[in-house]
Design a protein around this ligand. Structure first.
Ligand code: NAD
Length: 475
């Protein structure tokens, strides 16, 4: 049993003010494997005040020194990569071999990019008209993160904040806090000044409001569901903080008429079933020209049926369990709802996969004959369930793709370069993935519409934590 009994505030490991304990359940085995303390609002207050005290000295630390701290954090996290990959797998079910890449080493490479960007904070820009602009850190930041990419989401926020000179209070998801204890241990180990990074673990419903409304916080960055994001923005509004929202998605993938259908379908099934489909960027609405629709469904069935579901410690596993039994129940309800609405079950379904009798497992499921008005096409399912929707021509495909409340990601497969750009430019989403690229830790990432208003990763990620000051000189 892994047991943590302290949280990290002002450079010290301290007991939480309350005596609440959260029991973490491994979704593959349904067994409790870890315990962590639950912080209370008064703990958040202490953490925020520590971050406030640390802010001026940290923001005035030369950027080259902040870079050196972040470099050292990258190095120490890398030394603990096996432990991180295993803990994240136990917390939320992703197979360990995938966890190492996308959950651990990928985000560390993104953190390295922020280290390298730190010195850009010292740039002074001279403008025509007798003024200069400089960049400064926004201030004290609070971070509220989800469970589907536990370390990734933390680094997307803490990385640029440290590079810019901000100080931080982090509340990870109550389901997946373990990697954040390692992050705090690493910050301590590299000698990050007290108060620059603070960790409070606990329930969003108990400490979330303090993290979003506290008058000493200048910026709150939230990644999670749209409903909670709206509450946080309301709560932050009275103190006029900067609010960065990275919310849900229901992203389309257009297979153009000239695309090699089998190749495009194979790509999108694997990409969208990854992490058991628990991705805000999941390409969950697959739009296929009516002339290629049946062929696409046949390929989809073959590919989905070939994906191995099972033990996340096994190297051959593609899909581990969902993150919790509650997540499984919710996804199963969506599959049943889709079938009741008239979707065709191409493969998968609500039952446990064959040979599995416990754990939060769901079969990779393909729903055909979906129209864009069905709940399965409009709401985020957050599981290994993909909807195939036929279209008549390119204009209709784009109209269906954009007919959603969300706008986080999108994708398309087309051979012709002009077609690629024509479609990509019309999709109302923060990213368009053309012909199956890998995730970029340098490209701007964020949503349109109800998917949020922030941009994370790379140079755009740093901008979120930066104030631009104009200095105007008379004579
Ligand atoms: P969630 O909204 O339930 O929880 C996210 C975080 O908010 C957790 O830390 C939780 O404790 C906290 N929280 C819950 N209630 C709160 C409240 N009232 N006040 C303040 N904080 C509160 O989301 P989740 O289930 O952890 O994650 C899945 C969601 O996250 C999906 O909608 C997914 O699309 C979204 N997501 C978005 C991105 C992105 O970059 N846009 C990335 C990953 C996940």
């Amino acid at each position: 049993m892994i047991e943590h009994n302290k949280i990290y505030i002002d450079g010290q490991w301290v007991e939480s003010s309350g005596d609440g304990i959260s029991h973490l359940v491994n979704p593959a085995t349904e067994e409790v494997f870890a315990k962590v303390p639950m912080a209370l609002p008064e703990d958040v207050d202490k953490a925020v005040r520590a971050a406030r005290r640390a802010f001026i000295p940290w923001s005035q630390t030369p950027a080259v020194e902040r870079k050196a701290y972040i470099d050292a954090i990258c190095e120490k996290l890398t030394e603990r990569k096996d432990e991180l990959a295993s803990l994240i797998s136990q917390e939320m079910g992703i197979p360990v071999h995938f966890s190492m890449g996308i959950q651990v080493m990928g985000p560390i490479s993104g953190l390295q990019i922020f280290a390298n960007l730190a010195e850009s904070m010292d740039e002074v820009t001279e403008h025509d008209g007798g003024y200069i602009t400089v960049k400064e850190a926004v201030g004290v930041c609070s971070f509220i993160t989800p469970w589907n990419f536990p370390l990734f989401q933390v680094i997307a926020k803490v990385g640029p904040a440290l590079a810019a000179g901000c100080t931080c209070v982090l509340k990870p998801s109550e389901q997946t806090p373990l990697c954040t204890f390692i992050f705090a241990e690493v910050c301590e180990q590299v000698g990050l000044p007290a108060g620059v990074f603070n960790l409070v673990t606990g329930k969003g419903s108990v400490i979330g409001d303090t993290l979003s409304s506290h008058p000493e916080i200048d910026l709150v960055s939230f990644t999670g569901s749209t409903e909670v994001g709206i509450d946080i923005a309301k709560s932050a509004a009275t103190s006029v903080k900067r609010v960065c929202q990275e919310l849900g998605g229901k992203s389309p993938f257009i297979i153009a008429e000239d695309a090699p259908v089998a190749k495009a379908v194979k790509y999108v099934i694997k990409d969208s079933m990854f992490n058991s489909g628990q991705m805000c960027v999941q390409l969950s609405r697959i739009l296929v020209h009516e002339s290629q629709y049946e062929e696409a469904l046949e390929v989809a069935k073959t590919v989905a049926d070939s994906l191995v579901v099972g033990d996340p410690t096994d190297k051959g596993t593609f899909l581990g369990p969902l993150s919790s039994m509650q997540a499984r129940d919710s996804v199963v309800r969506y599959i049943e709802k889709g079938l009741a609405e008239g979707a065709r079950l191409v493969t998968g379904g609500p039952e446990l996969p064959e040979g599995i009798d416990k754990g939060a497992f769901v079969k990779p499921t393909i729903l055909g004959d979906v129209n864009n008005d069905m709940a399965v096409a409009r709401e985020e399912i957050f599981g290994p369930v993909l909807c195939f929707i036929p279209y008549k021509d390119e204009a209709e495909a784009i109209a269906i793709a954009n007919d959603t409340d969300f706008g986080l990601s999108s994708g398309l497969w087309a051979e012709d370069k002009d077609t690629q750009m024509r479609i990509a430019k019309q999709l109302r989403a923060g990213q368009v993935k053309v012909n199956g690229p890998a995730f970029s830790f340098a490209a701007p990432f964020g949503g349109y519409k109800m998917s949020g208003n922030g941009r994370e990763w790379g140079a755009s990620g740093l901008v979120e934590y930066t104030e631009e000051k104009a200095i105007l000189t008379g004579r």
